[in-house]
Ligand binder design. Structure first.
Ligand SMILES: NC(=O)c1ccc[n+]([C@@H]2O[C@H](COP(=O)([O-])OP(=O)(O)OC[C@H]3O[C@@H](n4cnc5c(N)ncnc54)[C@H](OP(=O)(O)O)[C@@H]3O)[C@@H](O)[C@H]2O)c1
Length: 249
C-alpha cells in the first residue's frame, strides 16, 4: 500500500501531514462515483469531477454520509478550457495532485458496423475516451513530477484489447485501443519519475453504460482502479490489469 499521507514540510508532525489528492473524471455516477467512494474511505482527498457541476455536487452530497474528504469540481474532458481551469484550481487550492483516474467515457456505437458508423460518432468517442485522458495527463503530470510522485489510471475496456478488434463497435474499440497505447507510451516516458501509468479493464459492470444485466457491481468494477491508484513506489507501470492481475494487451 502506498503512503496515503505526504509531508508538507521538513518537520514531521501530524499537522504537517496532508492526505494525497486524487482527481477522478466522470465521477457523478457509475464506476467513477464508486472509485471516489473507495479512495475517500482509504483516506485520500478526492476531487470528484463531472461535466455538470450540479451533478458533481449532488454526488459529493450522496457520499458525505460515509465521511472522508471529497470536493466537487466541474470538468468536461473534451474541453481544453475546462481542463486548464481544473489544473489552475488544483494548483491554487491544493498545491498538488497525486492520482488521476481517467474514468469518463462514452459508448456511442454499440453493435454498429465499422463500414457504416459516421465520422461524427467516431470523432466524439475519440474526443472523450482518448484525447480527454491524454490532455489531462499532459496538464497534470507536471504537478506530479514536481513532487516525484504520481499514479495515473486509465479506465479502458476488454473491447480495447487486440483480440477484440473483430467486427462492429469500431469507435469504442479503437478509442480504448488508442488509450492503451497512450498508457504504454506515457509510462515509458515517465519511467523513473515516480509516476506510474497503468490501464484497467473493469469487466462488465452494472452501470448506465453496462446495463442492468451486467454481472459486476460498480464496487467490484472500481476495485482494480483503486488498487492501481494506490500502488506502492516501484510498482508496475505501462501494464493492463483486470481483477488486480496483469493481463495481455
Ligand atoms: N460499465 C461497463 O461494463 C464498462 C466496461 C468496460 C469499461 N468501462 C469503462 O468504464 C468507464 C466508466 O463507465 P461506466 O460504466 O461508469 O459508465 P457510465 O455510468 O455511463 O458513466 C460514464 C461517466 O462518464 C461521464 N462523461 C461522459 N462524457 C464526459 C465528458 N466529456 N466529460 C466528463 N465526463 C464525461 C458521464 O457523465 P454524464 O453523467 O454527464 O453523462 C458519466 O459520469 C468508462 O470509461 C467506460 O468505457 C465500463
Amino acid at each position: 500500500m502506498m503512503s496515503l499521507w505526504v509531508r508538507e514540510s521538513v518537520n514531521v508532525t501530524p499537522e504537517n501531514l496532508v492526505p494525497r489528492v486524487a482527481l477522478v473524471t466522470g465521477a457523478n455516477r457509475g464506476i467513477g462515483l464508486e472509485v471516489c467512494r473507495q479512495l475517500a474511505r482509504l483516506g485520500l482527498k478526492v476531487v470528484l469531477t463531472a461535466r455538470d457541476e450540479a451533478k458533481a455536487r449532488a454526488a459529493v452530497a450522496a457520499l458525505e454520509a460515509q465521511g472522508g474528504q471529497i470536493v466537487a469540481q466541474p470538468l468536461d474532458v473534451t474541453d481544453a478550457h475546462s481542463i486548464a481551469a481544473v489544473k489552475e484550481w488544483l494548483e491554487r487550492e491544493l498545491g498538488r495532485v497525486d492520482v488521476l483516474v481517467n474514468n469518463a467515457g462514452v459508448y456511442l456505437d454499440e453493435g454498429a458496423s465499422g463500414l457504416e458508423v459516421d465520422a461524427g460518432t467516431v470523432r466524439a468517442t475519440l474526443e472523450t475516451n482518448t484525447l480527454g485522458p491524454l490532455q489531462l495527463c499532459q496538464a497534470l503530470v507536471p504537478l506530479m513530477t514536481a513532487h516525484h510522485y504520481g499514479r495515473i489510471v486509465n479506465v479502458t475496456s476488454g473491447y480495447g484489447q487486440m483480440d477484440s478488434m473483430t467486427s462492429r463497435t469500431l469507435a469504442y474499440k479503437i478509442s480504448k485501443l488508442a488509450l492503451n497505447g497512450i498508457t504504454r507510451i506515457l509510462a515509458d516516458e515517465l519511467r523513473d519519475s515516480g509516476v506510474l501509468v497503468n490501464a484497467v479493464d473493469p469487466g462488465w459492470v452494472r452501470t448506465d453504460m453496462g446495463g442492468a444485466g451486467a454481472p459486476r457491481s460498480a464496487s467490484r468494477g472500481a476495485d482494480t482502479a483503486v488498487f492501481l491508484a494506490t500502488l506502492p513506489d516501484g510498482g508496475p507501470t505501462g501494464r493492463l490489469f483486470r481483477d488486480r492481475r496483469e493481463v495481455h494487451w
